[in-house]
Write a protein that binds this ligand. Sequence first.
Ligand code: HAM
Length: 433
Amino acid sequence: MQTRALPGFRDFYPDDLVLRSHIFRTWREVAARYGFEEYDGPPLEPLELYTGKSGAEIVGQLYCFSDKGGREVALRPEMTPTLARMVAARANGLRKPIRWFSIPQLFRYERQQRGRLREHFQLNCDLIGEAGPLADAEIIALAIDVMRAFGLGAGDVRVRLSDRRVLTALLQGGGVAADQLGDAFQAIDRSERTPREALAAQLAAAGLGAAAVDEVFRVSSLRGWPAVQQALAESGAPAGASEPLARTITALEAMGLGEFIEVDLTIVRGLAYYTGTVFELFDAGRSLRAICGGGRYDTLLAGLGGVDLPALGFGMGDVVLGELLRERGLVPPAIGAIDVFVAGITADDEPHVLSVAHELRNAGFRCEFAFGGQALGRQLKLADARSAGQVVVIGPEERARGEVILKDLRKQAQRAIPRAAVVREVAAAAAHG
Ligand code: HAM
């Protein structure tokens, strides 16, 4: 029998789910602060949703097959095409700008490595119907504020920010032809993982001359806003190419988030549909892979649904983020499994145990009792193992007096209380605990 999950897939035992729930809760809480509404779509989609627009890398990683009706289908590797399809289908009826978020589980047949699995959960936040740079700042601020809500500051995480419009202006100014831009972007995207000679050979094969190849590497090594501005001035790039990026940076500074931002033209993003701002969020020490990536994709909705709406957003995975939170000791402690345990002393107490336990559950307490007639000592151990703060003990003598015993396990104290007052007394003790 196969006793393990498939490679790259995770079992979430309850202890593991503490971190996942913390991540989801925080994602939802911060997205709500920005007025984002939650949506979802199907995990299985038509294959062609990805083959047209997502780009070769992700298409090579698809889990795809023919279903029993002969349809070519794929498990979703990313959410953006689903979102674009959903919005395009109802574009006229939706109030703009659309602020939507989702937490899909995604599937990619990748080579498994640290921070990369074959399934992951990804917060997607997207803003649709706004072309101006304040929307870019808003989306980047949201990603940063998610980090801050986890307790991570500018010393822990950084946004590497770039803009394909700026890259295009610089590369074209340096002799890269319009039809070679795709190859140049791909080389820049791989420049931190692939040796320069291999990339240079690919660029040469794509028809770039030696000077243009050098220009690709020079542009991709530009760091910091002043250096980029100077390069733009020297290249004679059209005025305006850098204006959206400049305004995005200014807006983020006005929000007090400037210290998180590093302009870095190595960031271009692997997905094919980005048209403007692109960014990735990394741990400041850069020992982990990207926590989050996103950008502007102003032509995807027109391409998929025939609706011309500008759009941008990001995807933030749970895997690298989870590693970082564990590394920094930012995982919340598991809360006790239950609030109160109900124990009986004799077999005759059983119906009373059931009745009290049910009253407590009706009142909203997390409550358990033992299934077999176990000795009181064993029941108390069970209560302790379940982190119950309180135990209600029911025995024949107390019953005869119309009472039960309420034990406070944290204070190691106990007292008799009226049977009729159990819910009230447990609530009062919980409030003081
Ligand atoms: P992406 O860069 O492919 O973008 O993924 C975004 C984030 O998801 C990555 O930075 C990483 O944290 C996480 N991630 C991706 N693949 C894996 C994997 N195999 N294992 C673990 N984590 C992974 C997109 O998917 C775009 N659709 C994001 C977007 C939304 N752009 C605009 N809106």
